[in-house]
Design a binder for this molecule. Structure first.
Ligand SMILES: Nc1ncnc2c1ncn2[C@@H]1O[C@H](COP(=O)(O)OP(=O)(O)OP(=O)(O)O)[C@@H](O)[C@H]1O
Ligand SMILES: Cc1ncc(CO)c(N)n1
Length: 263
């Protein structure tokens, strides 16, 4: 059984964060584990409050997992404090897991800031270099490349700029564009586009969490990076097409979309 760990914040309404990650792991038939960075009081309408764990408690959780059930892949999501990023960097260097996916979560779908400003430098300088792949959405890619992204050409320029400081795979997600949801996978000067028509579904809470967890699951299952990203894109597209509609805001995804027998 392949084991996958998420290091992330929570969502009590189950659509994003660690809860979405664990559902994604389950749907990929891998064994899911979670190290929690923060308790987040949120739902489909927005974030109300954040309670970060202490660095010491984060360390304990890390050791509990790695001393007992060593993961085949690790996905890192919301970490908003520099002290917590520091612990993650230290522990990843200590344990050296093979497949590391970093979703540089900065702002929630509802527009709430999830990354403290002073944590950004630490994220860019210390955490991103440890990842095999990073998965920024358009606003996050704009922060990393320091110019605004209006088109697919800009996505390529952004990836090229980010690649001057970061040498792993870069997946820039196009979900925030109006007319299409094409994602760009960039590595070593090579561009691979993952085209997708925009699905008319306002319920996109946790799409980024789900995509990065699906990539981690596929890497743990032994797929190479390009296949892992393509499989994950197919998974998120299927979940969006399912059209489940829960909650009063931007609703969550149905992770059972490919498991349910729809007669
Ligand atoms: N309406 C849509 N139709 C098709 N694909 C979409 C749509 N919205 C998002 N996606 C896809 O979902 C994945 C996640 O992208 P998105 O840009 O929404 O991430 P995100 O902003 O980090 O998500 P979140 O912050 O909500 O977790 C990408 O593959 C993107 O192309
Ligand atoms: C805990 C958490 N991580 C990530 C996101 C981004 O959607 C969110 N809303 N909440």
């Amino acid at each position: 059984m392949q084991k996958v760990l998420t290091i992330a914040g929570t969502d009590p309404s189950g659509g994003a964060g660690a809860q979405a990650d664990l559902k994604t792991f389950m749907a990929h038939k891998v064994y899911g584990m979670s190290v929690i960075t923060a308790l987040v009081a949120q739902n489909t309408c927005g974030v109300r409050d954040i309670m970060n764990v202490t660095p010491a408690f984060l360390k304990e959780q890390f050791d509990c997992v790695f001393e007992d059930i060593f993961p085949d892949a690790v996905k890192i999501g919301m970490v908003s404090q520099p002290e917590l990023i520091e612990v993650i960097v230290e522990k990843l260097k200590q344990y050296q897991p093979k497949n590391i996916v970093v979703d540089p979560v900065m702002v929630s779908t509802s527009g709430d800031r999830l990354l403290a400003q002073k944590a950004l430098t630490m994220l860019q300088k210390e955490l991103l270099p440890l990842a095999q792949i990073i998965t920024p959405n358009i606003p996050e890619a704009e922060v990393l490349c320091e110019f605004s992204i209006e088109s697919k050409d800009d996505m390529v320029k952004a990836a090229q700029k980010i690649a001057t400081n970061y040498h792993g795979y870069i997946l820039i997600k196009g979900g925030h564009f109006e007319d299409c949801a094409d994602d760009l996978l960039y590595h070593d000067g090579e561009e691979i586009w993952l085209p997708c028509v925009k699905i008319q579904n306002p319920n996109t809470h946790g799409t980024g969490c789900t995509l990065s967890s699906a990539i981690a699951s596929n890497l743990a299952l032994g797929y190479d990076m390009v296949s892992s990203v393509k499989n994950a894109k197919a998974y998120i597209t299927g979940a969006l097409k399912d059209g489940m509609d829960l909650g009063k805001g931007s609703g969550p995804l149905n992770h059972c979309w490919n498991l349910m027998n729809k007669a």
